[in-house]
Design a protein around this ligand. Structure first.
Ligand code: DOR
Ligand code: ZN
Length: 429
């Protein structure tokens, strides 16, 4: 195993230091470390963060390998600075049995670029009718702790209650896609002035907020852990703030695209901007940034949602919702949170690594940058700026909402348990 001597990186944006990585762990941190035989990584000016952890990644395997595979998605993740990603369950077949989650877990091991952590479905086939084999998935080799019907809401309150009760036994968490389906039938974009003017059926904020309000009450009642996926409205942030002040065991994530983009993007009728939940208003974006800054929103979750060309390049109403996220997530957080002074580098580490690792119960990720810790690290150049070129992405799909947009921050290197998965900005495998 290669020993790496990282020279002059700034851990969490602090004073420059050398970091010695050997046998999968951080062996030493100090001034002018020396190590014969080590491969030197010149890191002056680079910020060192714990490897990023995504709670919300669609890898599409099994079933839609034309859009993404565990291998291509893992490479996109490593290039984005991630060392662990949670693979959502809405595959084909659905990840609702021990067999499927073990298959995804094994594919992740074989790719070897990030820890691929399968999410289990809450209900059989994501149909919202019967609980899936939650216990068997938890006991499987994949050790599933996060369960979600993402793409669909667990709309039946009695079923949601039973799911919350069930996962308490093994410290699991239900990650809810909060969308009251009877309020979003046929919805195409955020419901407001713009949807009325564009003539597209609206997705009202209340459809998200009503489910979050219901679910925090259920989580409080049964004393279980609830995680809210891709929070998108100002009202949702208020409800979460209230629930946390009451001691409810609730956590939440926001996507990079909801931190940066608004429903104004729909004016183009370009389906690359169609996503679920939809892009919202300026006021919502401001509330999401404030919620992430003050910790009401715990984490950034990418909702990386690759789609094949034929599913995206069509008229707006026919297009599938979803956009790529893994390779630009850190850049968007730098642009929306770090550069405006709303989050420092320790804050970025907390929201993109420490807290998501805790929510997913990943013991080896989101750790301090300190001797003895697993060497899951990312080195980022915060000053580099470049325009996003979709053709250059590692993802198998091309549906990036950031095409042509100049963003700050370049991931120079990523280390997974001491092995470089990215060096000089390039994937090593
Ligand atoms: O935009 C979305 N795309 N939202 C979801 O909830 C699911 C996802 C997908 O799987 O494409
Ligand atoms: Zn979702």
């Amino acid at each position: 195993m290669t020993t790496y001597l990282i020279k002059g990186a700034r851990p969490l944006g602090g004073a420059p230091a050398d970091i010695l990585v050997t046998d999968g762990r951080i062996a030493a941190i100090g001034d002018s470390l020396d190590a014969t035989g080590a491969e030197v990584v010149q890191a002056a000016g680079l910020v060192a963060l714990p490897g990023l952890v995504d709670l919300h990644t669609h890898l599409r395997e099994p079933g839609r390998e034309d859009a993404e595979t565990v291998q291509t998605g893992s490479r996109a993740a490593a290039l984005g600075g991630f060392t662990a990603v949670h693979a959502m369950a809405n595959t084909d077949p659905v990840a609702d049995t021990a067999g499927v989650v073990e298959q995804v877990w094994r594919l992740g091991q074989e790719a070897g670029l990030v820890d691929v952590v399968p999410v289990g479905a809450v209900t059989v086939g994501l149909a919202g009718e019967r609980l899936a084999e939650l216990g068997a998935m938890a006991d499987s080799a994949a050790r599933v702790r996060v369960f979600s019907d993402d793409g669909h809401c667990v709309a039946d309150p009695a079923l949601m209650r039973r799911a919350l009760e069930y996962v308490k036994a093994f410290d699991g968490v239900i990650a809810q896609h909060a969308e009251e389906p009877r309020l979003t039938a046929g919805a195409q974009m955020h419901e407001g002035d713009r949807s009325a003017r564009l003539g597209l059926t609206g997705w009202p904020a209340a459809a998200e907020e009503a489910i979050i309000a219901r679910d925090v009450l259920l989580a409080e009642h049964v004393g279980a852990r609830l995680h809210v996926c891709h929070v998108s409205t100002a009202g949702s942030v208020e409800i979460l703030r209230w629930a946390k002040s009451r001691g409810v065991r609730v956590t939440a994530e926001v996507t990079p695209h909801h931190l940066l983009l608004t429903d104004a993007c729909a004016e183009s009728y370009d389906p690359v901007f169609k996503v679920n939940p939809p892009l919202r208003t300026d006021a919502d974006v401001e509330a999401l940034r404030a919620g992430l800054a003050d910790g009401t929103i715990d984490a950034v979750g990418t909702d990386h949602a690759p789609h094949a060309v034929e599913d995206k390049e069509s008229e707006w109403a026919q297009a599938r919702p979803g956009m790529l996220g893994l390779e630009q997530a850190l850049s968007v957080v730098i642009e929306t949170m770090v550069e405006p002074g709303r989050l420092d580098w320790a804050g970025v580490a907390d929201r993109m690594s420490v807290r998501p690792a805790q929510i997913g119960r990943l013991a080896d990720h989101g750790r301090p940058i300190a001797p003895g810790e697993p060497a899951n690290l990312v080195l980022v150049d915060p000053t580099a700026r470049a325009a996003v070129d979709p053709a250059a992405l590692a993802s198998r799909s091309r549906n990036s909402p950031y095409a042509g947009r100049e963003l700050p921050g370049r991931v120079v290197a990523t280390f997974l348990r001491g092995t470089a998965t990215v060096l000089d900005g390039k994937a090593t495998r």
